[in-house]
Design a protein around this ligand. Sequence first.
Ligand code: SMG
Ligand code: MG
Length: 367
Amino acid sequence: MRLTGVELRRIAMPLVAPFRTSFGTETTREVLLLRAVTDEAEGWGECVAMTDPLYSSEYVDAAADVLRRFLIPALGADLTGVSVAPALARFKGHRMAKAALEMAVLDAELRAAGRSFARELGAVHESVPCGVSVGIMDSIPELLEAVGGYLAEGYLRIKLKIEPGWDVAPVRAVRESFGDEMLLQVDANTAYTTADARHLAKLDPFDLLLIEQPLDEEDILGHAALARVVRTPICLDESITSARAAADAIRLNACEIVNIKPGRVGGYLEARRIHDVCVAHGVPVWCGGMLETGLGRAANVALAALPGFTLPGDTSGSARYYKTDITEPFVLEDDGHLTVPTGPGLGVTPLPDELSAVTLSTEWITV
Ligand code: SMG
Ligand code: MG
């Protein structure tokens, strides 16, 4: 397949409500989209880097810069999806930017071949069970109302964002209000230290599925130490940047469960390798989310249909974040599942009017 060039497109999507985590509050999702133009088909990529480097070191302006100056020029005209990562390997880091470029090339290749992401990745399910991530709120009544609303919509698992000062009380309130049967987990986005181990153990009585990334992303041994104090299984997100990092964390007993986000690990192909490493070790995985548009959501839902994804992911419907998506929206079925797209490539395409309504700028890069 011959690559002609790549369009970088910046869009800004207003959120239906502010989303607060331990590192900040989002009200608008700024996204960098890529459109890879080849002699056979066009493909779309979505970069999950956020406006500010608060979730990880990457941020959207830096992703655009590294793509424009280094990654796209390094591709060469003749390529396929699997050749992207090796061509970019000599550039350190910037996994979210690399993932977006690989996604765009892979999408073009699969659209041309009439194959879906799901089939290509090895999906074994036609639909996937969905959870929802619930931000930090100003009060417990407000939180209970939000959780109640999501459960009424059919979400099968609730994830509460936590931070020091918003942890045991909201978890207790949600557990007591909605019962022991509900699948419930928490995500700290690195907000604690090993000195908080005894405090975090106070979450143990609430039968959480997992606690996600309580400590710093580099603190693998800290997570292993914490795991010896808390009974709730530890799940890593930010720390797992590659299949090798996953293998190391598992070997060091730093996690019992892994959150897989393709952007964080450099692409869907590395994400599949992490899935394979985890399956080989009997470690359950689930698909994380980065407030994707319908493009990234389509690919995430395909990934979540692989056999090792045995826990519901943060693969919510489009309406969780956006009043209007840039593709046909993903709508939760009554049973709390999303249908895995089966069309060529991602199986979804941006709607021209919706896309132009949120576009801030475009830039064409010739290869
Ligand atoms: O797409 O539903 C989603 C987001 C889920 O909580 C979510 N993501 O650490 O897992 C995580 C966060 C990262 C983004 S928070 C602004
Ligand atoms: Mg997380």
